[in-house]
Design a protein. Sequence first.
Length: 293
Amino acid sequence: MKLYLSAVVAILAVSNTEAKLKKHGNGYMETPEDVGAFHTDAFQKLSDLYKLKKPESYLDMIVDVADITSSYCPNNDRSCISNVYKQSFLYSSPNQIHRRRHLLSENDTKYLEQCDEDVKSSVRKIHAIIGMANELGPDEVRSRISDIQSELKNMKDVDDAHRFVGLIGASVAIESSDLWFDALNNEDHPLHDMRGYFDSNGERRLESNSRKLEDLSLQINNVIMADFRAAMAAGFDVVTSGAVFDYPTIVTASLFAAIPASAQGFFGDFEDDYDYEDDSSSTDDYDYKAPLF
């Protein structure tokens, strides 16, 4: 089954090849690390917004996310702005979210099958680390994925576009881990009391008859994995689309996918649990204490 995301990514690859996202000041986003950095920047802006006023509805939150993400588009680039809203609104209702997350899970094998073998090995290690994030904590997650990031940077004789997407995934996973562990554990963080803010119907939890907010047990690894998988799937869809692309196009697609996926993962409550293993990879296969390269 073809991922619904692919339609949006195809538009990005064909119509937005020359569009590059803005950096602070002059220049454009074009490195894998830019995706993680601007992911963090987007949620800092969202935090500042929600310090003042919380969203009234799940849809309001999605619009806020799209407004912030579109601010990274070049001035008056209607194609870029349109793609931001199309991507964000794939998360605009609980039914769409369930369908999208199911398809993202199905797509895991697809993008791993198409991936360069050496890059694939590193991606599977990141999968395993994210699966253990609740037990490892943010410092250890950052340390271990940073080691894999170095491994990817030093790889020779691999498909460079695949390596680039792998580096995007590592960047997103690190920044997502730092962000959401802080939001979850730091009572002063503006987003702390918004974990699971919306119930499975997309309604504000405090206004519904569902479980109380304090009863929620958020699995931070699920939020990080939602983020990571969305970025990776979007990046590989560009690389394998057959369309002409450049590296800023991969950055654009991955960022536009990761931000709304991350927001849904933290603010929503849809109780989808990811499978962190497949037939050819498990956490037992990775000795975390062994040298990575």
